[in-house]
Design a protein around this ligand. Structure first.
Ligand SMILES: Cc1cc2nc3c(=O)[nH]c(=O)nc-3n(C[C@H](O)[C@H](O)[C@H](O)COP(=O)(O)OP(=O)(O)OC[C@H]3O[C@@H](n4cnc5c(N)ncnc54)[C@H](O)[C@@H]3O)c2cc1C
Length: 334
């Protein structure tokens, strides 16, 4: 394998419901950082249908060039068809690095392509850097049940590939003056390339999804009863916030698993993250990257109190009812 043939940092963007997903933007930001250190270009490849606006958005976010694989066969994600399309594309392009989002699509597609391209893939990455000496990508991820952070490299195969957790990195701001090339790629696909025939899509109802929330109120084991948990929801509603939780609260059935934050849940990067009755275990905090972290805990020595920008020592059973009362009074005055 001649490594010098393998060039470029590629981001794989897989649209959902006809839109770019936030992790694609986050990946472009990381690809830009890696590319500037390696002196390479950032390319995005987007596969789906009706891709013009999304391709332009990827340029605004920081891609130097965007390859579009547009076909009605790719209207909805299908692992078999996407593997065929992107497998063919990457065999021709020979990228140095390929970044996927570690969402359900990326987690399915990356190992399929690793098999086809005969290379490795590091799953669920939470940190990306470059080894100064070898210029290899260092993929960092929790290992051994989350007790250590492992650095993984791929010295013997190309491309170097990894899936990156959504919500861990900040998405770059769009620069509407950026220019780049949009390059259509033709790959012949027909119905026989589909692994499944999609008959109907039933959308899950979630009126306040965590991924896009700017304000998150996350509760942990400091809440002892469902009645106290209902107060967390009331407070979140008054503040226009999404509700998240630590693992014990989803395991105990206080909150659906889809709202669990952490190593085995979702990654989030809101403007403000208010952690209520959460101790700050590494398995929770590794997926929390807010601009501002506020912690409310009755124990001033809880680990999260040292990480927080604002640490409030309080008992939730008093703090939350008082907070709700104050907000209601303010709203009545408006
Ligand atoms: C492989 C693995 C994966 C994991 N994945 C995840 C994950 O994805 N997400 C996750 O969250 N965890 C995960 N965990 C669990 C993690 O290690 C912690 O056990 C968990 O995050 C602790 O949740 P907590 O902070 O709510 O509870 P605790 O650690 O019990 O903390 C409760 C906090 O509430 C405070 N408190 C108690 N009562 C009150 C009160 N009345 N008022 C104010 N404060 C109060 C306490 O002082 C304490 O700090 C994982 C663990 C493993 C081993």
């Amino acid at each position: 394998m001649n490594f010098s043939d393998y060039q470029g940092i590629y981001v794989v963007a897989i649209p959902k419901n006809g839109q770019l997903v936030k992790v694609s933007a986050e990946l472009i930001g990381q690809a830009q950082k890696l590319a500037s250190q390696l002196g390479e270009k950032v390319a995005a490849v987007i596969a789906g249908h009706h891709l013009e606006d999304m391709a332009q958005e990827l340029i605004y976010l920081g891609a130097d060039m965007v390859y579009t694989i547009d076909s009605p066969i790719l209207s909805h994600y299908d692992g078999v068809a996407y593997q065929k399309a992107l497998g063919q594309f990457f065999k021709e392009k020979k990228p140095n690095v390929v970044l996927f989002g570690a969402d359900s699509y990326g987690r399915d597609l990356a190992p399929r392509l690793a098999g086809e391209l005969v290379c490795g893939v590091t799953a669920d990455v939470t940190g990306l850097s470059i080894d100064e000496e070898t210029k290899l990508i260092v993929w960092t991820r929790p290992a051994m049940g989350g007790n250590i952070m492992a650095d993984i490299i791929s010295p013997d195969y190309r491309p170097q590939m990894g899936t990156v957790r959504p919500g861990i990195f900040h998405a770059p701001k769009k620069d509407l003056s950026r220019k780049g090339s949009i390059i259509p790629v033709t790959i012949s696909l027909d119905m026989n390339d589909l692994g499944t025939i999609l008959k109907e899509v039933l959308r899950a109802e979630d009126d306040c999804p965590l991924e896009n929330a700017e304000l998150i109120l996350a509760g942990g084991r400091g809440f002892h009863t469902k009645a106290e948990w209902a107060q967390l929801h009331e407070l979140a509603h008054l503040m226009g916030a999404a509700v998240g939780c630590s693992r014990p609260m989803s395991v105990m059935g206080f909150e659906p698993f889809t709202h669990q934050i952490g190593q085995t849940g979702k990654g989030v990067s809101p403007k403000v993250y208010m952690a209520l009755g959460i101790s700050g275990a590494m398995q929770h905090m590794c997926a929390v990257k807010p601009d501002i972290l506020i912690a409310v805990n009755k124990d001033p020595e809880a680990p999260i109190m040292k990480l927080a920008d604002y640490a409030i020592v309080a008992d939730l059973r008093k703090f939350i009812p008082m907070f709700i009362e104050k907000l209601k009074a303010l709203k009545e005055k408006e």
